[in-house]
Every structure is written in structure tokens, then in C-alpha cells.
Design a protein around this ligand. Structure first.
Ligand code: PRP
Length: 216
């Protein structure tokens, strides 16, 4: 990689995904030059001169990458499905931050309830999912604390991320249907893939090797 003159910016998702992404990047030879969790900076140089890292919310990662403000990104599949970008490549599943996007409801709400009120952050995904099944729902957009919405009478059901299931259980909800299996994916700007293909392909190969070492 050292002979390559092009440079690449990678947008990372802050929080749990960042914690799980950094070891994979390190194994791929890309290490931030300072502790990202202790800094208020949003852009970081790395051990590879040609590669810099940005850190942001997952929902913003595909926006940066599709518009070419970052060449590559790491984001949860939930964020990518919700964003729905056609203008992105998604060449690698990192297999980290695994969880499921599910419909959940209180035990007493019947599965076939005529016109469900569904609270979710993921209104795009939910709209498509229920429309494909010909089910009429009223979507209520929330940004967090979804699991309390049914108990407070705001919604009949929710669409949200489920990992251990503890948050559902603690709020008297049960999982009903899985909409998608989620993990973190690498995305690449289409123009960058052409213009900077040598460096981007080298990074992807190294990351894929890190992922494969974990799996074996
Ligand atoms: C996520 C999700 C659920 C919870 C599920 O929230 O929205 O609330 O994790 O995890 P569990 O099944 O292990 O209980 P997170 O804490 O990531 O914060 P958020 O509400 O900002 O998404």
C-alpha cells in the first residue's frame, strides 16, 4: 500500500460498532494515531498515511459515502436498509454488531390486530415491510425509548433492534417477526471505487482477511 499516492477517508459509526470495528482495522494495519474514544475530534489520521477516519452517527455514514464526502464507510445494515441508497457498493459484511430488526408487541396484542399503530425509528423499512404484506399500519416515528410506547398507549407494536431481548422483556414485550438479520457492512462510494480502486481494493482485501481469521 505504501507506493500508492491516492488517499481514502473511511466514515465509521460511533458507539458499539466503532468498538468492534477498530480491532478489525488494526488487524488490517489501519490504526488511529490517537484514542478516538477520548477525543472530541471527528477526523483522525492513521498509521497508514493514505487513510483517515471520520466518526459519526450510523444514519449519517451512508449520506457521507453516497455523496463522496467519505470514500468508504462502516454502518449497520439497519441504517443501510433505512437509507435505501442505490448509489453505494456494499462489498463486505464485517460480521460484527450482530442483531435482528424485529416487530415486537405486548403479549396481549393479537398478531392480526386490524390496523396496528407501530412505533419505530425505521419508518422507511417498516413502511416497505408492511406494504409488501398488504398490511395496513399507522407508523409513529420515534427516535428512542420505543419499548415503552405500547405500555403508554402510544402504539400497539414496535419495530426495533433486538440483541439479547432484555429490553423487550423488561418492558413486557415479546418478539413477533424478524424483518432482517443485521450486522455491520463496509460501503464504498461508486466513483471512489473506480478512481481509487487500487487502495480501496487493498483495504477491502485486508479487512476481509481480518474477518476470515475471526471466522476460522
Ligand atoms: C438498542 C435497541 C434496543 C436495545 C436492544 O438500543 O434500540 O433498545 O438496543 O438490545 P437488547 O435486545 O440487548 O436489550 P441502544 O441501546 O443501542 O440505543 P438506541 O435506543 O439509541 O438505539
Amino acid at each position: 500500500m505504501s507506493t500508492v499516492t491516492e488517499s481514502v477517508t473511511i466514515a465509521l459509526t460511533r458507539g458499539r460498532i466503532l468498538k468492534e470495528t477498530l480491532p478489525l482495522l488494526r488487524e488490517a494495519g489501519i490504526e488511529p494515531l490517537e484514542d478516538m474514544s477520548r477525543s472530541r475530534k471527528l477526523k483522525f489520521a492513521t498509521s497508514l498515511d493514505q487513510v483517515s477516519l471520520l466518526v459519526m452517527r450510523g444514519s449519517d455514514v451512508p449520506v457521507y459515502v453516497e455523496n463522496g464526502a467519505a470514500d468508504m464507510g462502516v454502518a449497520g445494515k439497519d441504517m443501510l436498509l433505512e437509507y435505501g441508497g442505490e448509489g453505494l457498493y456494499e462489498p463486505l459484511d464485517l460480521g460484527i454488531a450482530r442483531c435482528r430488526l424485529m416487530i415486537a408487541a405486548p403479549r396481549e396484542v393479537p398478531a392480526s390486530s386490524a390496523r396496528l399503530r407501530v412505533a419505530t425509528k425505521f419508518t422507511g423499512i417498516a413502511k416497505r415491510w408492511f406494504a409488501e404484506q398488504g398490511r395496513q399500519v399507522e407508523l409513529i416515528k420515534l427516535n428512542g425509548a420505543l419499548e415503552i410506547a405500547p405500555a403508554m398507549g402510544l402504539a400497539d407494536a414496535i419495530v426495533d433492534i433486538v440483541d439479547t431481548g432484555n429490553t423487550l422483556r423488561a418492558n413486557g414485550l415479546e418478539p413477533r417477526e424478524t424483518i432482517a438479520e443485521i450486522s455491520s457492512r463496509v460501503i464504498v462510494n461508486k466513483a471512489s471505487m473506480k478512481i481509487k480502486s487500487q487502495l480501496i481494493r487493498a483495504i477491502l482485501e485486508r479487512l476481509a482477511a481480518s474477518v476470515n481469521r475471526r471466522a476460522s
